[in-house]
Design a protein around this ligand. Structure first.
Ligand SMILES: [Zn+2]
Ligand SMILES: [Zn+2]
Length: 202
């Protein structure tokens, strides 16, 4: 088999890329599938994915702010669980199919979400980094919709936690029942005598 005219083992399209088995597009596609698998496999107990979408992390930018000349992207998957924000980065095509966790921060560390002015960017500020994390959503993406969805999710999680904390408080405050020494009946703690047999509850 010559170097020219190799066919991708996945899509069958012709491509030229060293000794790779797959075309560049299929390598990215399979790497993103790996990202998705990896996120699912690393969830802790009662952790669930609430929001997940493909985007690009801005690795580098040249030019001046407001007039960017070129940008270097990396493909990946941005996920929000009920605990963390995760960015799984697809590995570059030259290195083959793979992925690695670029970022994992607790939702509590998110201090702000904003959109880019020049591009459909999503900027997420966290207390763990001085610079916001910038993700490119690509042309034609509903950036406003995604920003709203993230805000909504953060709110939901906060409410859920409040509810859980409240439920835990109520549980702690639940009165302890008193068992009658004579008949074994359960009595409310404010009673001085057994409801069933009348014996004193001391
Ligand atoms: Zn292919
Ligand atoms: Zn009793």
């Amino acid at each position: 088999m010559g170097l020219l005219g190799r066919r991708c083992k996945r899509c069958g399209n012709k491509f030229i890329l060293g000794n790779a088995d797959y075309c560049e597009k299929c390598i990215v596609e399979q790497s993103l599938e790996k990202c998705s698998e990896s996120i699912t496999q690393n969830l802790v107990e009662d952790e669930e994915i609430r929001l997940q979408f493909r985007c690009h992390r801005i690795v580098a930018e040249t030019g001046t702010p407001g007039l960017v000349h070129s940008r270097i992207f990396s493909n990946g998957l941005l996920a929000f669980t009920n605990y963390d924000m995760i960015f799984m980065e697809a590995e570059s095509s030259v290195r083959g199919i793979g992925c690695h966790q670029y970022l994992r921060v607790p939702l509590d560390a998110i201090t702000g979400i904003s959109r880019g002015t020049l591009f459909e960017d999503l900027k997420i500020s966290t207390s763990t980094s001085p610079q916001p994390q910038t993700f490119s959503l690509g042309k034609g993406t509903n950036a406003a919709g995604i920003t709203d969805a993230i805000e909504k999710l953060l709110n939901e999680v906060r409410q859920e936690r409040k509810r859980l904390a409240k439920a835990a408080l109520v549980k702690d405050a639940m009165p302890v029942m008193i068992f009658c020494k004579f008949c074994g009946a359960r009595n409310k703690p404010d009673r001085s005598s057994c409801e069933r047999c009348g014996a004193p509850l001391t």
